[in-house]
Write a protein that binds this ligand. Structure first.
Ligand SMILES: [Zn+2]
Length: 372
């Protein structure tokens, strides 16, 4: 199987859910074309109407719940809902177990400068460590449990506080061309979030059966969907109503004290402001490179291309320059957190390396088809 690349951006067809059509253009680039035809003012008016409807509907309680990390996109989300749409907004963060200095400062700056309340969900380390280790060794996806906590934690908080609106960021499938739920395409509903691409790899229950006590999993398990319907809680994607662009969000976030990574971009990265709040994610994304042949530099360059800030030629050059840089910065902490030896880690890397797309050149692993 040869990797094929989109002729407009640099995304390969190994990305789950992405297809390249007969003109050589990928589904993410086609999504961008469609975004230009959207009546964004009309959509913003629909969101305004929705907010007008829920404002004041929960007494003194929160009207809106927003998952936040302190990253640029989440500052933008919290800003839009609290300042622009003027809803009583509760931010919810899954506290990372290994936060960066920037992560702590940015989250604190957001809360104090934007003036919102923040609920911190800090799951017990022993359980998350165990789940991450199992997910890393068995499905090559150490962040699986964390994602579950973000979704379930936010859903549980919305139910607990009776907040009528849950506002997520972008619909990954719409933004990047994946399997889109019909409801998300038609009305920006995020109710099918859990069936997203992120979760297709393995069933959480099967993975943990008999190995983790069910009583430790409250924050990993979604409440019933029917409960949401009964309480009339709506989940939406903000990216459906406003053009989603991380670079634009950076501008907003900076106004509220957001600072990029002090030492510049991490290895393999083009940007110094993307995913800088914690230390365990980079290696998770590195495994995407082993499995699918692309990771941070491709994602970040494509984003710039889609938003008209980079040419394909520049992207090709950057991806080729950056993509083999291993994210070594936090490797030791990653190994320690998951109680892995270096040898176990390397063995796991090789287990997940997709030999259809990788081969050795002069003793070094290289993609068989480089972007060009
Ligand atoms: Zn493309």
């Amino acid at each position: 199987m040869a990797m094929r690349y989109c002729s407009r951006c640099v995304m390969p067809d190994t990305k789950p859910g992405l297809v390249i059509d007969h003109e050589g253009i990928c589904s993410a680039c086609r999504s961008v074309e469609k975004k230009h035809l959207i009546d964004w003012e009309g959509r913003a008016a629909r969101l305004k109407a929705l907010c007008d409807q829920v404002r004041g509907s929960n007494g003194n309680g929160y009207e809106c719940v927003v998952p936040v990390s302190g990253g640029k996109d989440s500052v933008y989300q919290a800003y839009m809902m609290s300042r622009v749409y003027k809803l009583k907004t509760l931010g919810i963060v899954l506290v990372p177990h290994l936060q960066t200095r920037e992560g702590v400062l940015n989250l604190n700056a957001m809360v104090s400068n934007l003036g919102i309340d923040l609920l911190k969900v800090s799951v017990r380390p022993s359980t998350l460590q165990k789940i991450r280790r199992i997910a890393f060794l068995e499905i090559g996806n150490p962040g699986y449990g964390d994602h579950r906590v973000v979704f379930a934690g936010v859903a549980r908080a919305a139910l607990f506080y009776g907040a009528p609106l849950v506002v997520w960021g972008e619909d990954i499938a719409v933004e990047f061309g994946g399997n889109t739920a019909k409801s998300a395409e038609d009305e920006g509903s995020a109710e099918d979030l859990i069936s997203n691409d992120l979760f297709r790899e393995s069933s959480f229950d099967d993975l943990l059966k008999g190995r983790v006590d069910e009583n430790e999993l409250f924050f990993y398990v979604n409440p019933e969907k029917e409960e949401f319907q009964r309480r009339r809680i709506k989940s939406i994607y903000l990216g459906y109503y406003h053009w989603w662009d991380g670079y634009k969000h950076l501008g907003v976030a900076r106004e509220f004290g957001f600072q990029p990574r002090q030492k510049g971009p991490l290895s393999g990265n083009v940007l110094d402001y993307d995913n800088i709040d914690e230390k365990l994610c980079e290696i998770h994304i590195w495994f995407k490179f082993l499995k699918f042949g692309f990771w941070r530099p491709t994602d970040q360059c494509c984003y710039h291309i889609w938003n008209g800030r980079m040419t394909r030629e520049q992207a090709v050059e950057l991806v080729r320059e950056k993509q083999y840089e291993f994210p070594h910065e936090y490797l030791n902490e990653f190994l320690e957190y998951h109680q892995l030896t270096g040898a176990e880690f390397r063995a796991c890397e090789e287990r997940w390396r997709n030999h259809d797309i990788w081969h050795k050149v002069n003793g070094q692993w290289r993609l068989k088809n480089e972007v060009c």
